[in-house]
Design a protein around this ligand. Structure first.
Ligand code: IPD
Ligand code: CA
Ligand code: CA
Length: 257
């Protein structure tokens, strides 16, 4: 059901962009754009879940927590992850939808609305793309690793993130910044990058992609044993997790604004 709803939502996003409905507003800062499509897609998913799963709550980026959910299930939705790519027509933006039971993510789907690439996972059931089970990268050393990351919208946060990057870039093969956290996590899950980290993520950025990465065998957590959260999310195969983690601690990657 989640896959079907995410596909329909992705089609709405794609169609609205094709029709050039951009109606840009500014949100927290004037580089954080929210388009009519973000809102329309979220509304569509909330309505679909309301019909198919009445009584379950939904946490979405644009409209927040839906009222009335009383049960154990909560859906977590980023209607368009990669809004800046969407705005510029770069084919790296996705619908990210996850289901949580009693606070644990049990199912997730990330659908790239521009390309149709789709990643899914269920808790204990593995991570999948096009019928292929994902197993992450087999890389074992950090200096050979391609690392994806992202940056927040706030200037003070970005300054610190830039400083962390300056310390990191000489220690790894290279850096990638694709612009959609949910897709970054899925690319790490399939080994298209070796690992991913970012500070400042919200639940809707990483709920679905985080499960995809974990089910592909990656370690997904914060620093010093903390769970993944707004301070830091690191997703890396066990063989390189420790080295990346320790470098991020040394660079105070969870610090700053
Ligand atoms: C953003 C993207 C970006 C990441 C930011 C997110 P949005 O989400 O995932 O890659 O670096 O931290 O806020 O605003 O495009 O949904
Ligand atoms: Ca997002
Ligand atoms: Ca978004």
């Amino acid at each position: 059901m989640a896959v079907r709803i995410a596909r329909e939502a992705a089609e709405t996003a794609r169609r609205m962009r094709a029709e050039a409905i951009t109606d840009v507003e500014t949100k927290s800062t004037d580089t954080d754009v929210v388009t009519a499509a973000d809102k329309a897609v979220e509304r569509q998913v909330v309505d679909a879940l309301g019909r198919e799963r009445p009584g379950e709550s939904v946490l979405g980026e644009e409209y927040g927590d839906s009222a009335g959910g009383t049960g154990r299930v909560r859906w977590i939705l980023d209607p368009i992850d990669g809004t800046v790519n969407y705005l510029y027509g770069l084919p790296q933006y996705a619908v990210s939808l996850a289901a949580e039971v009693d606070g644990t993510v049990v199912a997730g789907v990330v659908r790239n609305a521009a390309t149709g690439d789709e990643w899914t996972a269920t808790l204990g059931g593995g991570a999948w793309r096009d019928g292929r089970r994902l197993g992450g990268s087999a890389r074992t050393t950090l200096d050979q690793s391609l690392i994806a990351t992202g940056f927040g919208y706030d200037a003070a946060r970005r300054r610190h993130q830039g400083a962390v990057l300056a310390g990191l870039i000489a220690e790894v093969r290279d850096i990638r910044r694709f612009g959609a956290a949910a897709i970054d996590l899925c690319l790490a899950a399939e080994g298209a990058v070796d690992a991913y980290f970012e500070k400042g993520l919200n639940p809707w950025d990483h709920a679905a992609g985080g499960l995809v990465a974990a089910e592909a065998g990656l370690r997904v957590s914060g620093l010093d044993g903390a769970p993944a959260g707004p301070d830091m999310l690191v997703a890396a195969p066990p063989a390189i997790f420790g080295a990346l983690h320790d470098l991020l601690v040394r660079l105070d990657a969870a610090g700053g604004a």
